[in-house]
Design a protein around this ligand. Structure first.
Ligand SMILES: NC(=O)c1ccc[n+]([C@@H]2O[C@H](COP(=O)([O-])OP(=O)(O)OC[C@H]3O[C@@H](n4cnc5c(N)ncnc54)[C@H](OP(=O)(O)O)[C@@H]3O)[C@@H](O)[C@H]2O)c1
Length: 246
């Protein structure tokens, strides 16, 4: 596993226990990277650890908790003194309900996990990404945050992804003069637990898989990747520019 194009690189993937994060972790390791795999429990990461062996360091972390993210950064700083690749992928959907009926705790959990945790990753890993020869940060977003017409009953999730888009693009501007490159990526509909939870009647076999998507994410992590502040859209297989009122 060590002779790929990412040989010697240190990559951190959040939400690595299943779905898209797990597939990206496997693909990064296949290309030679050492993967720091983040999810809430060691138990949920055990399958990945078994699959990747020495190419993986499991790092259980509740991303919504400040101290956990601080400890995670301290672990990486002490052991490697840099981070080559950050794939910020973990997210939750929250309950399906109209904004007017959303409970405080549900709102907070979605925003904490999908937005605040990703800001904290930037806050605590920025120096480590800048210390790398070619730091790469990829944020997994969703079309839900930028549709012309927003879906009903998914407000907190859509709002969190719109905020994530702005967060990643702000970070891209702030790192423009450095070696760090920052990309968003939109998976479209993929066969995962998260998708099954919101579309239980859909035939999962009609969807593409995280393994189909993972090599595209890895492309955005390569030292040769030059673009920043843009979105890779998997359904259209192209890079989208953000446009708004100037
Ligand atoms: N699947 C799709 O069709 C689709 C479409 C558009 C966008 N996306 C985006 O793609 C990303 C991955 O989605 P997925 O479908 O692979 O989801 P998933 O199967 O539900 O996996 C979510 C991952 O996030 C981790 N996670 C959740 N909350 C966490 C927390 N507080 N702290 C640490 N880890 C946490 C989970 O780990 P544990 O539960 O083990 O802790 C799990 O590994 C998300 O950003 C999602 O919004 C997915």
């Amino acid at each position: 596993m060590n002779s790929g194009i990412l040989s010697g690189k240190i990559a951190l993937v959040t939400g690595a226990s299943r779905g898209i994060g797990r597939a990206v972790a496997v693909e990064l390791a296949r290309q030679g990277a050492h993967v720091i795999a983040v999810a809430r429990s060691a138990h949920s990461l055990s399958g990945l650890v078994e699959e990747l062996g020495a190419a993986c360091s499991p790092a259980p972390c509740e991303l919504g908790r400040r101290e956990d993210v601080e400890k995670l950064a301290e672990f990486v700083r002490t052991k490697w003194k840099r981070l080559d690749i950050l794939v910020a992928n973990a997210a939750i959907m929250g309950p399906r309900t109209m904004l007017g009926n959303l409970e405080d705790d549900d709102w907070r959990e979605v925003i904490d996990t999908n937005v605040t945790a990703n800001w904290r990753l930037i806050r605590h890993f920025d120096t480590l990404l800048r210390a790398a020869e070619a730091g790469r940060a990829v944020f997994v977003t969703s079309g839900a945050g930028s549709r012309g017409k927003m879906a009903a009953g998914r407000g907190a999730y859509a709002i969190s992804k719109a905020a994530l888009d702005a967060l990643a693009r702000s970070y891209a501007t702030e790192t423009e003069a450095s070696r760090v490159r920052v990309m968003l990526c939109n998976p479209g509909l993929l066969r995962t637990d998260l998708r099954a939870s919101i579309a239980p009647d859909e035939d999962p076999m009609s969807l593409r898989t995280p393994a189909d998507f993972a090599p595209k994410v890895v492309q955005l992590c390569l030292p040769t990747w030059t673009q920043t502040g843009k979105m890779y859209d998997f359904p259209q297989d192209r890079i989208l520019e953000f446009r708004g009122p100037e």
